[in-house]
Write a protein that binds this ligand. Structure first.
Ligand code: HEC
Ligand code: HEC
Ligand code: HEC
Ligand code: HEC
Length: 394
């Protein structure tokens, strides 16, 4: 195993973890320049020279591979305006920005990020910037000390679905104070219950429904959110927008305490079994002690800091769990953990790989490409090599 000698791009991700959680704050445009171009104070790549919305898309979706350190197989940085405007190697008649848009819009396996179809709202800012002639702009991100500004987080007196819709689709403009030309904040129930200035007799919440379902003057601008996406919001408004607490507030699962959720432990030492030594690094021990050879193996848990030998989460019940390992060429392996959360396979994919853990329509993603398939070496109880802890259920 070569895990420690490989130059993994994961150092970047560690520095980025706090930034991703404040992506909404990123959208706060200002004309100040902070930090040195291209890097934050800890070397974290921060795209510069472009509007905040573009910075946000690149930061959330691209810099793990196209950042200061390029992931395997990647040849172009996407960190500065100059890098985006440079002629691309693939087609010198097109800039990397144009290529980026083409790749993000692509519906084939060649999409960027690989095998992901980003929502319109992530792509539109790049297109708008290109259409405007890519004027140089600065976005103050203060990467050194990201602070979460509570004024951008929707109020806790809203149902979760409403909170989630607002924070993912609306509060980049309808913040407090509103930005990008928006005239109102959409953060709290009080904001939504306020009388509409546009339509007397209607509340802002009713206007919000109207604007999300309109065929013209759509919200978010250029939106077209699916009916399913906005259903929770529509139902809530139809029910009179009752004050409710979000029952599942957004919490950091890696802040969880140490515990063995199943309260069951493997006690048979190194007796060979597919349920053996959950949580321990399978491949490392097997190569030391002549166990069977695997290319990928690990354990899925219900919470983030479970001890070794504690049985993990069943891959079959109450809902089917899938660990999807995606190779650099887009080929995937789909594994179902066993009753103690262990999974292992001799099959392989083209390195480096990324991962999604899927349950129903929920997922947790490892976007940082890795070279070593021995998941639990990094996903230990505390988390090694910058990993945040165990592989957990979404
Ligand atoms: C998981 C790693 C990964 C992520 C994340 C990623 N890329 Fe890439 N990108 C690659 C690899 C590998 C290549 C080179 C192979 C290829 O072109 O498919 C590449 C190449 C490119 C190229 C140059 C090739 C061309 O067609 O001109 C562009 C432009 C690009 N990516 C844009 C993006 C954008 C924009 C994002 C984010 C929205 C992104 N990438 C996210 C891995 C990644
Ligand atoms: C990219 C910025 C942006 C985003 C994102 C955005 N809005 Fe707006 N919004 C505006 C602007 C600009 C206005 C004022 C001009 C107008 O009314 O079109 C506005 C006005 C509004 C108004 C008040 C005007 C009226 O017709 O009553 C409502 C309600 C509204 N938006 C709802 C939403 C909702 C709901 C979302 C998310 C699903 C959203 N907006 C996302 C920019 C945005
Ligand atoms: C501390 C060492 C050690 C660790 C950690 C370990 N194993 Fe093993 N494993 C062994 C040894 C030694 C054998 C072969 C001896 C035997 O079969 O009794 C083995 C055998 C196996 C077998 C073959 C069983 C059979 O029926 O022959 C499976 C399956 C297996 N391990 C899965 C795993 C998985 C999955 C993990 C990680 C969650 C893991 N092991 C972690 C030492 C280990
Ligand atoms: C060399 C270390 C390393 C190895 C090996 C590794 N990971 Fe990761 N993993 C990380 C790091 C670092 C992160 C955090 C950054 C990120 O999400 O990309 C992470 C994040 C994750 C996440 C998302 C965390 C979250 O938010 O819940 C999942 C899921 C995951 N890994 C699954 C796996 C699986 C499955 C394997 C084995 C097939 C694996 N990882 C192997 C280092 C590793």
């Amino acid at each position: 195993m070569n895990r420690r000698s490989e130059a993994h791009p994961r150092t970047t991700s560690r520095v980025f973890a706090p930034l991703l959680t404040v992506s909404l704050v990123f959208a706060a445009c200002s004309s100040e320049v902070s930090g040195s171009p291209g890097t934050g104070d800890a070397g974290a790549p921060v795209p510069t020279g472009m509007p905040c919305e573009v910075v946000r898309t690149l930061t959330q979706n691209c810099v793990t591979c196209h950042g200061a350190r390029l992931a395997t197989g990647v040849r172009n940085h996407l960190l500065t305006r100059e890098e985006l405007l440079a002629p691309s190697a693939v087609n010198p008649a097109q800039s990397y920005l144009q290529r980026a848009i083409l790749r993000m819009r692509n519906t084939t396996a060649a999409s960027m990020p690989p095998n992901t179809h980003l929502p319109d709202s992530d792509i539109a800012p790049l297109e708008a910037w290109l259409a405007a002639g890519t004027p140089a702009a600065e976005c103050s991100t203060d990467a050194g000390a990201p602070t979460v500004d509570a004024s951008y987080v929707p109020g806790e007196d809203l149902p979760c679905e409403v909170q989630q819709l607002l924070s993912s689709e609306c509060t980049s403009c309808h913040s407090s104070p509103p930005r990008n030309g928006a005239d109102i904040s959409l953060l709290t129930r009080a904001d939504l219950m306020a009388p509409s200035a546009v339509q007397p007799g209607a509340t802002v919440a009713q206007r919000a429904v109207a604007r999300m379902t309109a065929s013209a003057m759509m919200m978010p601008p250029g939106g077209n959110l699916s009916a399913a996406r906005i259903q929770g919001f529509v139902d809530w408004v139809a029910a009179g927008a009752p004050g409710t607490n979000c029952e599942a507030p957004v919490v950091d699962p890696f802040a969880a305490a140490e515990q063995c959720t199943t309260m069951r432990t493997w006690t048979s030492g190194n007796r060979g079994s597919a349920s053996m030594n959950p949580g321990q690094a399978c491949i490392a021990c097997h190569s030391r002690m002549r166990g069977p050879f695997y290319n990928f193996a690990g354990t899925v848990y219900a919470s983030a800091h479970e001890p070794n030998n504690c049985n993990g989460a069943s891959g079959a019940s109450p809902e089917r769990v899938t660990v999807e390992i995606r190779g650099a060429d887009g080929m995937t392996l789909r594994l179902t953990p066993n009753s103690v959360g262990n999974f292992a396979t001799r099959s392989t994919v083209m390195m480096p790989y990324t991962v999604r853990v899927l349950v129903g329509d929920r997922e947790r993603r490892m976007n940082t490409p890795q070279m070593d398939g021995d998941c639990n070496t990094c996903h230990s109880q505390a988390g090694e090599n910058d990993s945040p802890g165990r592989i957990i259920l979404p």
